[in-house]
Design a protein around this ligand. Structure first.
Ligand code: AMP
Length: 451
């Protein structure tokens, strides 16, 4: 009997070339990289402005890091992790989300002795054995940030503000509503979980198979089930807001005041619980205005108990993460274009060995001057090379033939209008800089090292 996965592979292979991407993953082709580059730039810029520093944790961790933090009853741990044994039989898992690794790192690296709160951000790829569909992949990218070490509704408000600001910079904030809820402290949640169990007692038959299973271990998840019957019941189920302690209520009210001060609109959503076990108090998500939770672009919240749960000192924290593939899909939907940093400025065409000898140092010189240059160094006829230049959509082509070698010059051709002029060889670079504009040069500037 073939396994499911073998059957998938067979189906794929029958449909096309023998080797294809594995199910649920995809190549990022050059055109899409322009989006990834742009998004990363915006995230880096806004996070830096807000005092966050970048962290990268390993692609895989010991499985317990995720099991302990995300929780055995979560969908991620129970169904979606890529877990394998290494050669010594240790159980490892490809990271399905960012917070667990960052928290592990905070504890392991003694970050509690750093000035608090520690503000970290990441831009990484993650892995979940999700059912592949539009906007849902088995390898995907997220950016996210965490504020660890302090608890104050003003910090939650800032995390929400920063999330919203980035979506705004990317031109898509208006497509989403901010859904906000408080799931209280862990005692509040225990009380509420009991109230939910009491409510659902005797109604099990109306629940979907998933919820029947979740009722015992994680009844809060029943509130955000997408199945019709479960949704109807969830609407009349007890509300978290009725089970919040005074302290949790005050915290939430204060957060809403700060959001008001920051001019951030939100929608109070008593059913919002988020999929992961570690949240406390504030939870929030950005939902697509047209199809709601199905296409949430990102979410986050406070997780005051997690660091202690993972073996650290009791330390409050909150964070956010958003999916980059979904952001790109929305930017495309809005027809938002991003700078195409890879577009070539110049194509160099040549004819004959002597011309080639002049071309090689010229190409180096052009590139060193920040001009993105492609050279046709094969043996094609000038006409063929010009056709190629057209295909690359370069604005300018430099042509060096036998005459130009003899006259120590080069032809600079404007490909868009078809005009050309002969320029002394040692003036070619200046001529191109003048034409593309000083500000469009692609100069490498690593910044100055401090010794
Ligand atoms: P989560 O940690 O599950 O709330 O995910 C945060 C965000 O990451 C989601 O709102 C999505 O934008 C994105 N995301 C989560 N899972 C996937 C996936 N399988 N494929 C693509 N994006 C995902």
């Amino acid at each position: 009997m073939p396994t499911d996965e073998n059957a998938d592979n067979e189906a794929q292979q029958n449909a096309g070339p023998p080797y294809q991407t594995a199910k649920g993953v995809h190549d990022i082709l050059p055109k899409d990289h322009d989006y990834y580059t742009f998004i990363k730039k915006v995230v880096r810029h806004r996070c830096r402005q807000a005092g966050f520093r970048r962290i990268s944790t390993p692609v895989f961790e010991y499985t317990d890091v995720f099991r302990r933090s995300i929780g055995d009853t979560s969908d991620i741990v129970s169904k979606e992790m890529y877990t394998f044994e290494d050669r010594k039989g240790r159980s490892l898992t490809l990271r399905p989300e960012g917070t667990a690794g960052v928290v592990r790192s905070y504890i392991q690296n003694g970050m509690n002795s750093w000035p608090q709160p520690v503000e970290l951000y990441y831009i990484e790829n993650f892995f979940r054995y999700d059912r592949p569909q539009k906007g849902r992949y088995r390898q995907f990218w997220q950016f996210g940030f965490e504020v660890i070490g302090e608890s104050d509704p003003a910090l939650d408000a800032q995390v929400i503000y920063l999330s919203n600001k980035i979506l705004d910079d990317l031109g898509i904030a208006q497509l989403f509503t901010l859904q906000l809820n408080s799931i209280g402290s862990s005692e509040d949640r225990q009380n509420f979980a009991q109230a939910l169990k009491d409510f659902y007692f005797g109604k099990e038959r109306s629940l979907c198979a998933n919820c029947k299973q979740r009722l015992d271990k994680n009844p809060l998840r029943l509130l955000d089930c997408k199945e019709e019957d479960c949704r109807i019941l969830a609407q009349i189920a007890p509300k978290m807001s009725d089970h919040l302690s005074e302290e949790s209520k005050e915290y939430h009210e204060e957060l809403k005041e700060y959001l008001g001060e920051l001019g951030i609109e939100y929608h109070e959503n008593p059913s919002l619980v988020r999929g992961l076990d570690y949240y406390t108090k504030t939870v929030f998500e950005f939902w697509d205005k047209t199809d709601g939770a199905q296409n949430a672009i990102g979410g986050g919240g406070r997780y005051d108990g997690l660091i202690e749960l993972m073996g650290g000192q009791p330390t409050p924290a909150c964070g956010f993460a958003a999916g980059i593939e979904r952001i790109i899909a929305n930017m495309k939907r809005e027809k938002i274009r991003v700078p195409q940093k890879d577009d070539l400025h110049v194509f160099v065409a040549q004819l004959g060995k002597e011309a080639k000898k002049k071309c090689l140092p010229l190409i180096v010189d052009l590139r060193d001057n920040g001009i993105r240059t492609m050279g046709a160094l094969g043996k094609g006829a000038i006409k063929t090379q010009l056709r190629l230049a057209d295909k690359f959509k370069v604005p300018y082509t430099i042509i060096i033939g036998i005459t130009e070698v003899r006259e120590n010059a080069a032809i600079v051709r404007d490909m868009r209008v078809g005009t050309q002029k002969t320029v002394p060889f040692d003036k070619v670079v200046d001529e191109i800089i003048k034409r593309i504009g000083e500000e469009n040069r692609d100069m490498y500037s690593p910044g100055e090292a401090i010794y």
